[in-house]
Ligand binder design. Structure first.
Ligand code: ATR
Length: 271
């Protein structure tokens, strides 16, 4: 039996074990997948123990993605750009990858029918979640990607870090007046860390898609706002979660699970 796990803190509510067990069933893989919560200063130790016990691969979630990046012996190019690792492959060496951006793009494309190429994209937030998906979004060649953040400096810095990857600009949330976007992505942790910031409804173009990287059984505050603002398509991040997991699973097992029934099962669980 091959062993896999997700490391996070907290990890109690993680859907990853359920997702990967459904994938394993669907693809007839002999594997075990558990959730583990190392102490905040104990990630490296827990990782070493996991490898010692013959663990094959790990998902890494908050707050350990940057530490996983540092500990990896080598990394994929997309993990390199993201500055964070959500998937580790454990052999004699430790390989780090990041499937978050692929997960977002696959969910947008395959489940929502939304492409990024040639569109005006707004990314709200300039933290780790935003950085993790920026490279793959820019690879799709949007007409323009604006990062808008409460702290304008951080948005400008993040845009500067990705300047060679495409048309990207960083601004403060207060500079959004008069702008319009076809896809608006929420990568802030507002909702957990305070209320949704005030946003002009006019930024949502006709026919626009609003996507929240967070997921919850109830519409998130951002999605409630976007609906009021007239967004045509609304989605939380559950599809992205399942898609990033499918990409990790394929890296480990060389077989791609089908995501649709797993997304449906999770939605059903949440009801
Ligand atoms: P994560 O890894 O989830 O991205 P993070 O790196 O701490 O977490 O980043 C959180 C992001 O949400 C930041 O862009 C933060 O804005 P600041 O850079 O100005 O702090 C944003 N954020 C958090 N709470 C917010 C709130 N109540 N209103 C607006 N933005 C908020």
């Amino acid at each position: 039996m091959d062993h896999y796990a997700v490391f996070g803190h907290p990890v109690g509510h993680s859907l990853s074990p359920r997702i990967h067990r459904l994938f394993a069933e669907q693809t007839a893989q002999q594997m075990e997948y558990v959730a583990q919560e190392p102490p905040l200063d104990g990630f490296a130790k827990a990782l070493a123990a996991f490898r010692e016990q013959g663990g094959c691969g790990l998902n890494v979630t908050l707050p350990f993605k940057e530490e996983a990046w540092r500990l990896a012996d080598h990394r994929s190019e997309r993990a390199e750009r993201a500055g964070a690792v959500n998937t580790l492959i454990c052999t004699d060496t430790l390989y780090g990858d990041n499937t978050d951006g692929e997960g977002l793009l696959n969910d947008l494309r395959n489940h929502l029918g939304v492409g990024i190429a040639g569109k005006r994209i707004l990314m709200l937030g300039a933290g780790g979640a935003a950085r993790g998906v920026l490279g793959p979004l820019l690879d799709e060649q949007p007409a323009m990607l604006i990062i808008a953040n409460r702290t304008a400096d951080k948005a400008q810095q993040l845009a500067a870090d990705f300047a060679t990857d495409g048309a990207v600009e960083g601004i403060g949330l207060d500079a959004l007046d008069g702008e319009r976007f076809e896809v608006v992505i929420n990568a802030t942790s507002s909702g957990i860390n305070g209320p949704l910031p005030k946003l002009p409804e006019s930024i949502v173009a006709e026919g626009a898609t609003a996507y929240d990287l967070m997921y919850s059984p109830e519409p998130t505050p951002f999605l409630r706002w976007a609906k009021e603002a007239g967004a045509f398509r609304l989605s939380d991040g559950l599809g992205m979660l399942v898609e990033q997991a499918a990409a990790s699973f394929e890296l480990w097992r060389s077989i791609r699970p089908t995501t649709e029934p797993v997304i449906e099962a999770l939605r059903h669980d949440m009801r």
